[in-house]
Design a protein around this ligand. Structure first.
Ligand code: CTP
Ligand code: CA
Length: 232
């Protein structure tokens, strides 16, 4: 990895990275969100830029500082993230979907702040499915664009964790799937990370552990080795 880092091995490449967590609006002041900080995705964007790539970072509600050297597209909801990723993905060498995208959004967004109702002790929200952005890319004509998905799972058993990752990679038509385990205090806002990268044929093509920046370089080593011949 250290050699590759110095080698500008991503020069001339266009890489799209989504990072952060989407917020699904309920009304003008409320949303449904998740605990993704954006740290790992931002580290990948920053590391890719340092290795010479032209990076578009699609940033959803980051809780960390924005990286330098990248073009940044700010989004909030899953639908906004989808538009930005689709636009940036055209002709890209790789799309890295590190963002935590809400699977569901409120069926209706209230124009006015929702008021509580006296005597009403329960409130039921109706949610509808969001599009699966990675699966859409996987099913579309994406010749020459390497698709990289992420999965944060709470499964503690390593073999079952890897099985989930393999199934997810196949289901989404991604080339690579990066999996890590998360819990209430593990993964999301942490500075360190441990991941495995699952590739075609269900093989584990890499494992990386350490700072999110060092894990970012480990993931980029795999990506760099699998880009379609061309630039660089
Ligand atoms: N993803 C996406 N669009 C969605 C949901 C997820 O593009 N609507 C992407 C994520 O960015 C990630 C990958 O798909 O790269 C896996 O996300 P994950 O939530 O682990 O997968 P799901 O298929 O939503 O499975 P689960 O039911 O376990 O949440
Ligand atoms: Ca999901």
């Amino acid at each position: 990895a250290d050699v590759a880092r110095g080698a500008h091995d991503l020069a001339g490449r266009r890489i799209v990275v989504s990072a952060g967590g989407t917020r699904e609006p309920l009304d003008p002041v409320r949303f449904l969100g998740n605990r993704s900080s954006g740290k790992q995705g931002v580290a990948i964007a920053e590391a890719a830029a340092a290795r010479g790539a032209e990076v578009t970072l699609v940033a959803a509600n980051l809780e960390v500082a924005e990286p330098g050297g990248c073009r940044i597209r700010h989004v909030s909801s899953a639908l906004e993230l989808r538009d930005a990723v689709r636009e940036a993905a055209v002709g890209a060498d790789a799309v890295v979907m590190a963002a935590a995208v809400a699977d569901y959004r409120p069926a209706a967004v209230s124009e006015a702040k929702i008021k509580k109702v006296d005597g009403q002790d329960h409130l039921t929200l109706e949610l509808v499915r969001n599009p699966d952005i990675l699966a859409e890319l996987g099913a579309s004509d994406h010749d020459g664009t390497l698709l990289v998905g992420f999965a944060a799972e709470t499964e503690a058993d390593r073999d079952r964790l890897l099985e989930l990752a393999r199934a997810k990679r196949r289901a989404k038509g991604a080339d690579l799937l990066v999996v890590n385990r998360v819990g209430w205090s593990q993964g999301f806002a942490a500075d360190e990370n441990t991941v495995a990268v699952v590739g075609p044929d269900d093989a584990i093509v890499a494992e990386a552990s350490g700072s999110k920046m060092s894990v970012a370089h480990g993931i980029l080593d795999v990506i760099a080795g699998r880009l379609a011949p061309g630039a660089a």
